[in-house]
Design a protein around this ligand. Structure first.
Ligand SMILES: *Cc1c(COP(=O)(O)O)cnc(C)c1O
Length: 451
């Protein structure tokens, strides 16, 4: 199977790469939509067989049955959750990464790739305002990024805890923080202590101080602030939170999985004041930085703390861990890693960072348009003024059933993907605009369907 047969090898490479090329050139690709398990099984037939389907049939079943049963997350009217809108360069370069058998965990094995990834990480660290000594790693997503950062935070706090004091196990965060924070603390057998938000629904220093004082500050090892909550795109008051973290000697983690990209946009950059004090920071380039899945940049102010927490030790790894070079795998949960930062790096290298600034500003323009339209139309109303590129709104007079039926119909028509969300028990809906190809006309056309 692995022996390279001149003709078979060429056929497989040509067929698969030309499929990828056709897919990359679709503009726009159809939205597509899910089928039931039975529908897919019937249409695909058995695919794993003792004799194999052969190249042509396997590719056909993928292209004709399986691929159309997957939503196109970079469709301009896919506005649910947080979409993914890679540049064509980033998406195409993922094919190169996949075809190059690169091990991205250690400098010894992946030096060239790791150099490139670190350049991309440095751009992000500079946007945050972190010192030259900062560093990190690209991990699969914000969930693993948050978990890895919090494991490093706890390791550091426990190493520094005075003898005889409790080993801290708590994290302070708001209800608006992402579900992955609770998930991380579940994995770590820790606890999230909720902090009430201010009138703008933000985490602030004074509220944080009150919660710490009411719960014994020594039991906490970190505070999680969010710059761009998932549901509303809210940026917490990072400066006042940072100050309280400093006062109590607590690790300050900033979750910018979605909103971190806004650091590059001058029009919203002032919202992030204080982010430069973060001990750890994450942003998902697969969200608003135009990279394909799966990609989260995780950066530490002092990488040595993370290295101490995460380096795996074993005789078969000594040759790597004893070396002085940068081994990305030592900075997160996980060992084997794909050089998943390369598609972002390639696209950044091709376009330059100014193009990213323009791309992000463009999505903010469209989000501002959506906000104005929702305010202007008599049948829609905003829940909260937007900070970034997420706009949450209600259709006046609708109940949960109306939202679900409307959303299902949009998808059934392959017109748009806009799902309901819930805030304070009320079903509403939202637009998350991270795709520079989403236009004002797309927004208007979707709002028209609610009239
Ligand atoms: C999306 C998101 C996460 C989780 O990221 P994944 O890449 O989905 O694991 C964490 N925090 C915030 C604020 C997010 O928006």
């Amino acid at each position: 199977m692995h022996r390279f047969d001149e003709q078979m090898g060429r056929e497989a490479v040509d067929a698969v790469l030309s499929y990828a090329a056709r897919r990359l050139r679709l503009d726009p690709a159809p939205l597509d939509g899910p089928l039931t398990p039975g529908e897919i099984a019937d249409a695909a037939g058995p695919t794993i067989t003792p004799g194999g389907l052969g190249l042509t049939a396997a590719l056909e079943v993928y292209g004709d049955v399986l691929a159309p049963a997957c939503l196109t997350t970079d469709h301009p009217r896919y506005l649910s959750f947080i979409p993914c809108a890679p540049t064509v360069e980033a998406a195409a370069f993922d094919v190169v990464v996949g075809s190059s058998s690169i091990y991205g965990g250690s400098w010894l094995e992946g030096a060239g790739a790791i150099h490139a990834e670190n350049e991309a990480l440095r751009w992000i660290a500079d946007l945050v305002g972190m010192p030259a000594s900062a560093g990190g790693v690209f991990v699969p997503g914000g969930t693993i990024g948050n978990l890895s950062a919090l494991v490093a935070a706890r390791h550091t706090a426990r190493a520094n805890a005075a003898p005889g004091t409790p080993r801290p196990w708590r994290v302070a965060a708001t209800y608006g923080s992402h579900s992955s924070i609770q998930s991380a603390l579940d994995v770590m057998d820790g606890e999230v202590v909720p902090v009430p938000v201010d009138e703008r629904w933000r985490l602030t220093g004074p509220a944080l101080r009150a919660v710490l004082e009411a719960n014994d500050p020594a039991t906490f090892f970190a505070v999680v602030a969010t710059c761009g909550t998932t549901n509303f795109g809210i940026v917490d008051d990072l400066a006042s939170v940072a100050e309280v973290c400093r006062e109590y000697g607590l690790w300050f983690h900033v979750d910018g999985a979605y909103g971190g990209a806004g650091l590059a946009a001058p029009s919203v950059r002032p919202l992030y004041a204080g982010v430069e004090y973060a001990d750890s920071f994450i942003v998902d380039p697969h969200k608003w930085l135009f990279a394909p899945f799966d990609c989260c940049a995780l950066i530490y102010r002092d990488p040595a703390t993370a290295q101490a927490a995460h380096t795996q030790k074993a005789g078969y790894l000594d040759v790597l861990t004893d070396a002085p070079q940068w081994n990305p795998t030592d900075y997160s949960v996980g060992l084997t890693r794909r050089a998943r930062g390369l598609p972002l790096w390639f696209s950044l290298a091709v376009y330059g960072t100014d193009a990213y600034v323009r791309g992000i500003e463009r999505t903010l323009e469209v989000a501002a348009f959506a906000e104005a339209e929702i305010t202007r139309r008599p049948y829609t109303e905003l829940l909260r003024e937007r900070d970034l590129s997420v706009v949450v709104f209600r259709r006046i007079g609708w109940g949960p059933q109306d939202y679900h039926e409307w959303s299902n119909a949009l998808l059934a028509d392959e017109f748009a993907f806009v799902v309901p969300t819930v805030h304070d028990g009320e079903t509403v809906t939202r637009f998350a605009v991270v795709n520079p190809r989403t236009t004002e006309a797309d927004i208007s056309a979707i709002l028209d369907t609610m009239a």
